[in-house]
Design a protein around this ligand. Structure first.
Ligand code: NAD
Length: 546
């Protein structure tokens, strides 16, 4: 992979420089010939291990760790030592590793970020770097293909963690590599540090960010504008994924930049695609048409309105008028049902503010609106109570119940609760991982409605075809592609998504769908050299050493 800003001959790293560079280091797996060529003789113990043996060695110690945060620290340290080994372990044990490097444990790691900090990863660009952002970005030694950027204001369901939110872009980009084979050096995690309004975080002696309140308004917008322009200048065509911005910035930033640069907001658009795919799977079980669904959301933020928009678009594609399609989706926020008469509604909720008398709580809304599906994206744990799930099971033979909030503590209900309280009839998906549940002798295998099924493929596709922008149609196509990969045997055990170990296959198919969509709409900057899927697969990084 090319290094940014390098000119002329640069001598190749040797000896300790190789062993200390996680991109180059293979530790005891360096062959005899490599040891000679790279000046490693004597710097390594003499026995040459295979990468598989190194992985075994790591896993023996790793699996003895009881505390998930210790597991996170161990994986992080491996990431800092030997990237090929780290990613080979992620790829081969994705079911076991994804919950550690990403949700839910990454949430805990962000909360403890200052305490467990060892080495920096990615780039911290602070408001003090204004006027110099391009120069700062040139300190990154590689040519970035994708940036995941956060300002740390709404980290998962945990609120403002400031610069400690960096765990999320780092974790997410690990999944771009593990799940979609985007080369690690193409992945750049960025935290924009504009301050932090969470006193407890900011006053923590271990806090790594600026000790000031958040900059807002025109100054904030100018900072973001400089960042986007600088990123495009230093890494031309780089894909920008907005991550965990608070509502008041997330929608605006998405709208401001979506037609200017290759960019998307995963919390809004990626979540929408994964949820819609889950609904498509659920409807394969019930046999009902999408156009007959009434969907009630608990939560009215980025995830809820993103999902509602994509459901409405899918209904429109099936011949329903947009107004009517939107009336199939209802939102409940912390103040009750979102209805037209309310005067306190933020702009992003207005499309779903329908004519209806006020309703104060979710159970009441379920009784009055009789939804076929409830989707929890409120970030408030335990809010799908027994009464709510029993009511859904009274209203529907197979109620669709998605508890998508992260981390696990914020999940609206557990898998056990959804299946047990519905008498085993719930069509369930969750944001956090849950174990299989047996009810009335039948075992259900809940799978995560996690946007990690979507964003790696979107990123891979956008990079592969050099998409000039990322369109809504691409998310619709990803939802269809993901749903098509769910097998009959998945559905028979209540799984609405493919098994996670198939994730690289899923990502390749999604990437091919994205690249085909870009080609059809004339926004691809590069065309495939062969059949699209083969072209995509040929570009995927494989961390395994043969
Ligand atoms: P957000 O802050 O934009 O929205 C949260 C919404 O919940 C707000 O509208 C808020 O008014 C509402 N809310 C808060 N308390 C409530 C209550 N007691 N009753 C009803 N509504 C309440 O956040 P978001 O981006 O929409 O994310 C919400 C949750 O979904 C988070 O936990 C996030 O981690 C999770 N999420 C999961 C996935 C996934 O892949 N499973 C993807 C995106 C987001």
């Amino acid at each position: 992979m090319g290094k940014a800003g390098t000119t002329g001959a640069v001598s190749a790293p040797r000896g300790l420089d190789v062993l200390r560079d996680p991109v180059l280091n293979r530790g005891t797996a360096f062959s005899e010939a490599e040891r000679d060529a790279l000046g490693l003789r004597g710097l390594l113990p003499p026995h040459v291990h295979t990468q598989a043996e190194q992985a075994e060695r790591f896993l023996v110690t790793f699996r003895k760790l009881a505390d998930p945060l210790d597991k996170f620290i161990a994986l992080n340290a491996l990431h800092d030592r030997n990237e090929d080994l780290f990613f080979s372990i992620l790829v081969d044990h994705i079911d076991e590793m994804q919950p550690i490097v990403y949700t839910p444990i990454v949430g805990l790691a962000c909360q403890k970020f200052g305490q467990i900090f060892q080495r920096p990863r990615g780039m911290f660009i602070s408001i003090r770097d204004r006027g110099n952002i391009a120069k700062v970005l040139r300190n990154w030694p590689y040519q970035a293909g994708i940036i995941v950027v956060t300002d740390g204001e709404r980290i998962l369901g945990l609120g403002d963690l400031g610069a400690h939110g960096m765990g999320i872009p780092v974790g997410k980009l690990s999944l771009y590599t593990a799940c979609a084979g985007i080369h690690p050096t193409q992945c750049l995690p960025v935290t924009l540090d504009v301050g932090c309004n969470n006193d407890a975080v900011r006053n923590d002696p271990f806090y790594v960010g600026l000790r000031q309140k958040r900059v807002t308004g025109a100054e904030y917008d100018a900072f973001i504008e400089e960042f986007v322009s600088a990123a495009q200048e230093v890494f031309p065509g780089v894909v920008i994924q907005w991550e965990d911005f608070a509502n008041h910035n997330a929608f605006r930033l998405l709208e401001n930049y979506r037609d200017r640069v290759s960019s998307f907001n995963d919390d809004i658009q990626g979540t929408a695609a994964v949820a819609l795919a889950g609904i498509f799977s659920a409807l394969r079980i019930t046999g009902q048409p999408l156009t007959d669904q009434r969907v009630l959301f608990l939560g009215a933020g980025e995830a809820a309105t993103g999902i509602a928009d994509l459901i409405a678009s899918a209904m429109v594609a099936q011949g329903v008028a947009l107004d009517q399609a939107r009336r199939s989706c209802w939102l409940v926020d912390s103040k009750g049902l979102v209805v037209k008469s309310r005067k306190d509604l933020a702009h992003h909720k207005l499309n779903y503010a329908h004519d209806h008398p006020p309703v104060a709580d979710f159970l009441d809304a379920v009784r009055k609106l009789k939804p076929t599906a409830i989707i929890g994206v409120s970030a408030v744990g335990g809010t799908f109570t027994r009464e709510i799930i029993e009511e859904m099971a009274k209203l529907n033979e197979r109620p669709i119940i998605f508890a998508l909030s992260n981390p696990t503590s914020q999940s609206e209900c557990t898998a056990e609760e959804a299946y047990r309280w519905s008498g085993g009839r719930a069509l369930f998906a969750c944001g956090s991982p849950f174990d299989p549940v047996t009810v009335h002798g039948q075992t259900f295998v809940p799978r995560q409605g996690n946007n990690s099924y979507i964003f790696p493929g979107i990123g891979l596709g956008a990079i592969a075809c050099k998409a000039k922008v990322i369109t809504d149609d691409m998310f619709m196509k990803s939802a269809h592609t993901l749903a098509q990969l769910v097998t009959e045997s998945d559905l028979a055990q209540g799984s609405l998504y493919p098994a996670l170990p198939r994730i690289r296959e899923v990502s390749a198919y999604i990437a091919a769908a994205i690249a085909n969509a870009a080609k059809e709409s004339g926004i691809a900057g590069r065309l495939a050299k062969q059949e699209m899927l083969k072209d995509i697969e040929a570009q995927m990084y494989d961390p395994h050493q043969k």
